[in-house]
Design a protein around this ligand. Structure first.
Ligand code: ZN
Length: 354
């Protein structure tokens, strides 16, 4: 096969940021995906209301149009951040929100206090938000969770969140819940046992790297060291965890679907004494995903994972267009506008056509 064609995929978790970074990162996603769900933890102002979300949607759409694409080619999906201050009415206002016939505000995201980039306004008590979750259940807004317990040991944070996840699933049986960017075998196992209303996104980088690639990365000269561009939250874990994630992504279980968590930061904010968490994977997502599924002999499971299960979970129509990748080698640039991408400087064997 010289080329691989699949239904145009969706990315159910991406950070586009705002301002100059927004302009430089959106086109990478828009050229590969039919839709992508933009996270609300933007700076300086987070996305907290229907009005904020629609404004952000327009900002993203303007950039999409500037690179010659229309909302028919790529439709951003947006979210609001649920904080301790969110009121049930903030959620109710979002009901049936559409732009140009598209439903665009699809989830409310909860960050526990202080666990990752721009989560200083995160939530400290999930039970205090039960009226908000009930409103989300009522209007059909998906609850998107950054599932980590802030004060726990860094490698145990996700595992320790699983009780909260199970509690929310039990207390809100009709609320659709997504545990974002799962990173452990325990999460995969827990997800399988939870009701159908609970799904999980899996990133490309958690399918490819482990903690070893963060702390004992083998550089160009063959020496081992810290790679700040592989540092992200949740922290990539052990080989057995990566194996469980690969198994889940390729299992054909519709609870597991793709969300890249592509999270750009300027190079100097990564290469720092207190480096930011996030892997900027947007430029290489489809070539590496296709390559990974092919390597495992599971190419038939790729399209469900990236183009079907997420859309079905969110109640969105499947994309009708296709996308083709050609067998063509290219070297990933070392930087894009001051942002170091995943696989920088490495050769990739597939390229998105056009
Ligand atoms: Zn994220």
């Amino acid at each position: 096969m010289d080329a691989i064609t699949i239904r145009r995929p969706d990315d159910f978790h991406v950070h586009f940021r705002r301002g100059e970074i927004l302009k430089s990162v959106v086109p990478f996603t828009a050229r590969q995906f039919g839709r992508a769900m933009a996270m609300p933890n933007t700076s300086p102002e987070p996305i907290l209301t229907r009005g904020d979300a629609l404004k952000y949607w327009l900002e993203i759409t303007e950039i999409v149009q500037k690179v010659g694409l229309s909302p028919e080619d790529f439709c951003p999906l947006v979210t609001i951040q649920i904080t301790d201050e969110t009121e049930p009415n903030t959620v109710r206002e979002i009901k049936e929100e559409g732009m140009g016939g598209h439903k665009v505000i699809v989830a409310g995201k909860v960050y526990p206090l202080g666990v990752t980039t721009n989560s200083h306004n995160g939530v400290s008590d999930f039970r205090a938000l039960y009226r908000v979750f009930a409103a989300m259940e009522e209007v059909g807004l998906v609850l998107s969770l950054h599932g980590q317990v802030p004060k726990a040991f860094c490698l145990d944070r996700e595992k320790e969140f699983l009780d909260t996840l199970a509690m929310l699933a039990k207390d809100f049986p009709a609320l659709r819940i997504v545990m974002e960017h799962i990173s452990t075998k325990e999460s995969v196992d827990a997800l399988k046992d939870l009701p159908k209303t609970v799904g999980a996104t899996i990133t490309l980088h958690h399918l490819l790297i482990t903690l070893h690639d963060v702390l004992s990365f083998v550089g160009e000269e063959g020496s081992e060291g810290l790679n700040p561009h592989h540092y992200c939250q949740p922290i990539p874990q052990k080989l057995e965890d990566r194996g469980a994630l690969i198994g889940a992504a390729m299992s054909g279980n519709p609870k597991f679907f793709f969300g890249s968590d592509s999270a750009p930061h300027l190079k100097e904010r990564k290469e720092s004494s207190c480096g930011c968490a996030g892997v900027f994977s947007a430029p290489v997502l489809l070539p590496l995903l296709v390559g990974l599924f092919e390597f495992h002999g599971k190419l038939d499971r790729l399209e469900p994972f990236v183009s079907e299960f997420g859309a079905r979970f969110y109640g969105l129509p499947l994309n009708q267009e296709t996308i083709t990748l050609n067998r063509e080698e290219w070297v990933v640039p070392k930087e894009y506008n001051g942002i170091v991408p995943f696989f920088a400087g490495k050769t990739v064997g597939l390229k998105v056509q056009g």
